[in-house]
Design a protein around this ligand. Structure first.
Ligand code: GS8
Length: 230
């Protein structure tokens, strides 16, 4: 039934390989066994945004955008929820319990705000004192997330779910953060690394996130070019 549905549907993703937000969408689609879709690669230089992107996401002009049967959906976790609701299947990303759903959304929002801001500062900040502050914030956020994970296999229990999808793309950036902050994440947060290794065993994840070395090389070059940090 799902297979028949897939053939009748048109799915397109406005994508860029290094974007953690786009990785979320690719993981969610793969989890629902949606494999036949067009990835349209966006050039993110501000003068080069495609007219399709400007038309599909006129408010934020950002990727990812999922275009499903000609209708656009924006904001990565919003897209992940849409995918979860549309291609239901037997393994929903969110719990059926309202409280657990609210908690999952809370922590995904934490990833998108406090954690993302600290991680961004960590690789973009030239001033070494500010970078040290960003590193401390980053580690604090990751330790908070480690507490939420506890001894569970995945964030929401024994099933890969919403918070895992929100956070796992950042795992592919860990080498970038370690290089920029001169520290070892495993020494600080061993359970998060163990969780990351478990997630990467999933086909949906390992086919959707890039190799750490490739990503690291690309981001360190951007860091040099745009932020003058070598
Ligand atoms: C963030 C998307 C985003 O920042 C989401 O989808 O969850 N809250 C949004 N996308 C970036 C690429 S990834 O760094 C983007 O499109 N940037 C282009 C721009 O800022 O002009």
């Amino acid at each position: 039934m799902e297979g028949v549905r897939e053939k009748e549907e048109e799915v397109k993703l406005l994508d860029f390989w290094a974007s953690m937000f786009c990785m979320r969408v690719k993981i969610a689609l793969a989890e629902k066994a949606i494999t036949k879709y067009d990835c349209i690669i966006e050039d993110l230089g501000s003068d080069h945004k495609s007219s399709l992107l400007l038309e599909m996401n006129p408010i934020h002009k950002k990727i990812p955008v999922l275009i499903h049967n000609h209708k656009p959906i924006s904001e990565s976790m919003n897209i992940v929820e849409y995918i979860d609701e549309y291609w239901k299947g037997d393994t929903p990303f969110l719990s059926s319990h309202p409280y657990h759903r609210a908690q999952s959304r809370f922590w995904a929002h934490f990833v998108d705000t406090k954690f993302f801001e600290a991680s961004n500062k960590l690789w973009r900040t030239k001033d070494s004192k500010e970078r040290e502050e960003a590193k401390a914030e980053f580690i604090e956020c990751l330790k908070t997330l480690e507490d939420v994970l506890g001894d569970k296999c995945y964030f929401e229990g024994d099933k890969f779910g919403y918070i895992d999808i929100a956070l796992i793309p950042f795992y592919s950036w860990f080498q970038v953060y370690e290089t920029c902050g001169s520290f070892n994440i495993e020494l600080e947060c061993p359970k998060i690394i163990a969780w990351g290794k478990t997630c990467v065993l999933r086909h949906s994840v390992n086919t959707s996130i890039p190799e750490m070395d490739k990503l690291s090389e690309f981001i360190l070059e951007i860091r040099k070019q745009y932020f003058g940090i070598s």
